[in-house]
Design a protein around this ligand. Structure first.
Ligand code: HEC
Length: 177
């Protein structure tokens, strides 16, 4: 094949490439990529969290946190609370004079100072609250998410998501005196 034939072939390939490139540039100036308003895929739990946050916002005001416990306290059931508190027993005792385990003994802590159970080494995170006393509102936040109440606490318990469960446990703790 004479060399000018090759030149034609190469020239046509190059022309095709340039045309394609220029078309691409022109096309993208007409068609702008549109971004989705909402992520099409949400990792598991994210949607629930977002829904909970928007649901909590109008009722509770600013930040997403636990549902307020006060309205539920009136019909809180300490007997059910005792059942719920079975999950706490791997780390806590609830009887008078009971031993400290991974967590401190919880007999009579209601209206007592935070992080004040004798012979128990509290974390810095919880000890920072020791001038405060445990009341239903503080326990509501603590039992909802311990890390939200005292960031860095060594209570590695994810929390009780249901407000009724928290209220029942608080009623159970109140009954221990
Ligand atoms: C995996 C172990 C574990 C589980 C389960 C657990 N806790 Fe704890 N808890 C701890 C530890 C550890 C501490 C001490 C936290 C610190 O010093 O930061 C603690 C501290 C507490 C305190 C503070 C006591 C004080 O004197 O200030 C309360 C109240 C409490 N837990 C309640 C509960 C309840 C109620 C449950 C069940 C719903 C529960 N915990 C489940 C480990 C646990």
């Amino acid at each position: 094949m004479p060399s000018f034939e090759w030149n034609k072939i190469i020239a046509s390939v190059l022309t095709a490439m340039i045309v394609a490139m220029v078309t691409g540039i022109i096309a993208s100036s007409f068609v702008r990529p549109r971004h989705l308003e909402k992520a099409a895929y949400l990792p598991p739990g994210a949607e629930e969290g977002a829904a909970a946050a928007t649901a909590a916002a109008p009722a509770g005001g600013a930040a997403a946190g636990p549902e307020p416990i006060a309205p539920v306290m009136a019909k809180a059931d300490p007997k059910h609370g005792e059942q719920v508190a079975k999950v706490c027993q791997q780390c806590h005792t609830f009887d008078k004079g009971g031993a400290n385990k991974i967590g401190p003994n919880l007999y009579g802590i209601m209206e007592e100072n935070i992080a004040a159970v004798p012979n128990y080494q509290f974390s810095q995170a919880l000890a920072a609250h020791k001038s405060e006393k445990w009341d239903p509102d503080k326990l509501n936040v603590w039992l909802y998410k311990p890390q939200d109440f005292a960031k860095g606490t060594k209570m590695t318990f994810p929390g009780l998501p249901k407000v009724q469960d928290r209220a029942d446990v608080v009623a159970y703790l109140e009954s221990l005196k």
